[in-house]
Structures are given as C-alpha cells and as structure tokens.
Ligand binder design. Sequence first.
Ligand SMILES: Cc1cc2nc3c(=O)[nH]c(=O)nc-3n(C[C@H](O)[C@H](O)[C@H](O)COP(=O)(O)OP(=O)(O)OC[C@H]3O[C@@H](n4cnc5c(N)ncnc54)[C@H](O)[C@@H]3O)c2cc1C
Length: 556
Amino acid sequence: MTDPKQAYDVIILGTGFGGAVLATILARHGKRVLMIERNTHPRFAVGESTIPQMTMGMRILSVRHDIPELDHMSSAMRIRKHITSSCGVKRNFGFVYHRPGEPQRPAECNQVGANHGDDSESHLMRQDIDAYYFYTAVKYGAEPRQNVQVTEIEIEGSGVRVHDSRGNVYRGRYVVDGTGYDSILARKYGLRDAPTRLRTNVRSLFTHMVGVEPYDDHVEPRGAHRMPHAWHQGTLHHIFDGGWLWVIPFDNHEHATNPLCSVGLQLETHKFPRPEGVSPEQEFRDFLVRYPSTAAQFAGAHAVRDWVSTGRLQFASTRCFGDRFGLLSHAAGFIDPLFSRGLANTVEVNGALATTLLAALDDDDLSAERFSAVERLQQNLIDGNDKLVASAYIAFRDFELWNAWYRFWGLGSFLAMFRLRSAKMRYDESGERRFLDQLDDPPCPGRVAPDYPKFNALFETAVAVVAEVEAGQRSVASGRDELFAMLRGIDYAPPVYPWTDPNLRSSVADQAAVERVKTWVATQAPTDIKQLYFDVKTHAWLDSAPRDTTHPETQP
Ligand SMILES: Cc1cc2nc3c(=O)[nH]c(=O)nc-3n(C[C@H](O)[C@H](O)[C@H](O)COP(=O)(O)OP(=O)(O)OC[C@H]3O[C@@H](n4cnc5c(N)ncnc54)[C@H](O)[C@@H]3O)c2cc1C
C-alpha cells in the first residue's frame, strides 16, 4: 500500500459527468487517478437541461484549474464548436399550467429567459458530453477502465483496495464514489437516510423520442401566451397539480444534427400511484388524454428507446464523507429534475471537493474531518433543493400560488448567479485568484443564495407559508398574497424581473433590464447588495453581462 509507484492517489468509481470532471482536475494537478466505469462511453444518461449556475461554475473551474476544456461547457455555442453538434439550445425556462380535462388557459404560464443573443444555455445530449469529459480526463493523465464490475472495496487506515470481477486489485489513497443513485459506497456503509428526511415524493417516466413537434405550433391562436420566446426554444415544463412533464428538444436550432427530444413525466406518488399492469408508454399516453392541450405536440412522436419508469426519485445520505472516501453530488442525494439543479450541484461540489482533496493529498490527511466543509455543502444543497422543489409541487395545485412561488426560485437563482459573475469579474479586473477561491467558503454554503443570508431567511419564511397552505392552515389566496407581500417588502431584489406584479409573468435580461438595474444600483440598491455584487466598476460588470437580444428562432 505504501509503494508510490503502484498506488493511485485517487480511484474514482463511475465516470459520468461528475466523475470525469473531477478526474480531469485531479489529473491536471499531477495526481495519479484511476477511473473505473461499469459501462462503456458513450452511454445514455439523463440530466440534460443546464442552468447558469452550472455553466458559469464550469467557466470558473476552467480558470481556477487552467483547463480550457471545462469552459467548453459554458454555453450552447461553445459546446457546438468544441464538443458536439448533438445538443439543443435553451433560450428560456418555460412553464405552462394545465388543468385536467380542460384546454390550457393562455394566461397561465411563465417564462424566464436564458438567452444571450445567438448564444444560450443548453440541452445536453449527455452521452456525448460525458464521453467528451471521460476522454478529456484520459488526455490529462487519468487511467481509464471501462466495462468493469467492481466486486469489493476495502478501506483501511493505510489505503484503499478496489477489486474487480476480472480479479484485478487496484490500490489507492482515496476513493471517490461517482456512481450516482446506485452508489456503491452508500450501499456498503448503509449511508442512505431511511426513512428519508426528504419531503419531495415523486416518481418519473422518461425516454428519448423522435417526432415531437414544437408546442408553439399547436397553440391557438399562435403566440396566444404572449411570451417573449418560443416555448420550443427552451426547456418546456408542462405543469399540473401533482406533477410536470419536461420537453427538452435537441433539434431546436438551425445547426441541429440530432432529431431526438427528451421527454420526462414527474408524478407525485401519493396523487399518482404507479398503476398495476400499465406500461410506462401507456401511462404517458393516458396522461396526454387527461391534459388535452399537451397531446398535439406528441401526436406523431415515437420513443427511440425503452421508457424508464422509476420508483421514488428522492434520496439523501446521512453522511457523504468518511476516512479515505467521499461521495459526489449525485451519489450523495437527488431531489428532482425540476429547476435543473442536479448538474449545478455536481459542479459546485466538485469545485469544493477538488480544492479540499488536492490539499488533503499533499498533507496526507484524508480523514473525514478534513472534508467537513464539503459535507456541509452537500447536505445543505440537498435540503435546500428539497424545500425549493417540495414547495413547488405544493404550489402546482393552483396557478396563482405557483405564479408567486416560482419568483422565490427566480430571485434566489439571480442572486446565486450574480455571486458567480461578480467573482469572475473581480478576478478578471484584478487577476487575484482569491476572488474565485472565496467561492468555496461562502457564509451560507449550499443555500439558495450562498452569500446573502437575508434572502435565505426570506426563503425559509416563504417555505413555511407554502407549507401552511398544504396543511390547510391557509387558503391558497392567502398564501399567494403573503408571498407577494413578502416580495414587496424587500429592497434588495435587482429589478431584472417584475418580481411583485402577478400579471407580469415573463422576464428577459435584455438591454432595458440592464438599464433598470444600473439605475437601481445608482439610486436605490442597499449597500450590502452593492458591496456584494456591484461595487467595482458596476457598469463594466453589467455591460459585459450576457443579455437577451432578439434572435429569429426565438419568436413564438
Ligand atoms: C430523471 C432525472 C432527470 C434529471 N434532469 C436533470 C436536468 O435536467 N438538469 C440537471 O442539471 N440535472 C438533472 N438530473 C441530475 C443529473 O442526472 C445528475 O446531476 C448527473 O447525472 C450527475 O452526474 P454523475 O456523473 O455524478 O452521475 P451519473 O450521471 O449518474 O453517472 C454515474 C456513472 O457511474 C457509473 N456507474 C454506476 N454504477 C457503477 C458501478 N457499480 N461501477 C462503476 N461504474 C458505475 C454509471 O455507468 C455512470 O457512468 C436529473 C436526474 C434524474 C434522475
């Protein structure tokens, strides 16, 4: 175990996006890394819709570790140029509310922009993205083993031994588990919290299809929703009491080469228990009949692979780190595809873990205590995401409640994004790495707004208000009114978005929004927000921020 020529510094189990990106970073720093994968790349994976915290997070990791390939994920155009043409564009988050047995009401929808001129967030064809990062890790020196079944893992004071079904024994100093839901180490050490502390209780059916038509083509009259962007240009969420359906097209731009569209239906288990003897495909078709306005875009659609029908999606772990081992984000816990936070959490945890692990290897201190800050981050991400998502499912019972609740997600996301952008801007202006390193150590790690406790307190109160609606202690109208009153009562929400007007249901971060924010910073913004996000060269920051401009494809 002590022979440095034979032992790896880190053995990574599972080489999805999470494992491969971490392997790349560790190998880039000269660590001896072994990657063990039970499949062979490219292989199917879900987790396809990106958010700015994730793409900006990859850009920051790229700078911090001097790995240009990590920046290739930071926008749709970069992905197309450097990785693959098989991904779609995500120019908006679209939410369209449906009632059973009724045509959709055009006033009941919301849209949040994710468009930057020609560029945007992305719909990831994960098999291609994951393969790219697996090969990138190999390029930087990580050793690959694919199609390998791990049979045993021994973790002792002096090191780690991983056995495979071919009789090989790999020795290392530390083992990282990136095997996701079916985490090997969570099973070995009984790390799952059971019964789980999580509130969200949802199952999922998903597949890839061909022939899914733009929802916009079936809205009567066309453009009736009066939204800034076409729905098909973004991740479309058909939401309803008890669940939601994702539509994630990969063929939604002029350079598209991939005809597939990802489709996934989430159902609260107590409202929609799994029907006996009904195939997932039939369950999906039955859903389309129940919510008639969802059906037309799938009339000519066919699945290209078997539907996956899951049990409850949510899981968490009582702990994620032990002596000489750690779990990546998706091995530690998962809540729901809603709000697309899985990969963002993966990137955030990978960033904190990489820094901690590199230093711990150098110090030869691989104890659980050394990773306590990353443990806290993971646990807070899981719990915060659970509150966000569980409250959204409660809000789905009534469009007006949802129309209030999703603004808390939006505001929290803007603050989290401002945090990353301003850190990067400060680094660009000064060349001082501390602005990026500080991201590992915010006052509220893993919270919705990691460096702004005031918002997190507001968020907790909003979660409690929504819970009162669920418990029958408040009417829906009272909950909705209270949420809007709370938003009206704060002075720190940058006016990117019409936070407090229920009738304004969409946002675009266009030039007008930038000008609004500039004026607000100059005249009204509280000092703490200015210091956090806008103190240095405010206008340079805002002027360089990506913004929404009209693009022919975006027109509804
Ligand atoms: C239904 C659903 C929808 C989602 N949608 C989104 C979304 O829209 N946006 C988003 O950001 N996130 C989403 N997520 C979350 C996202 O999928 C994860 O955050 C992401 O896949 C994590 O990457 P990973 O590499 O850690 O894990 P995974 O992608 O799960 O990769 C695990 C890897 O480990 C390998 N493996 C498994 N077991 C073993 C073993 N015993 N030995 C060796 N190798 C093994 C697997 O083959 C795989 O390659 C979604 C998740 C689900 C379940």
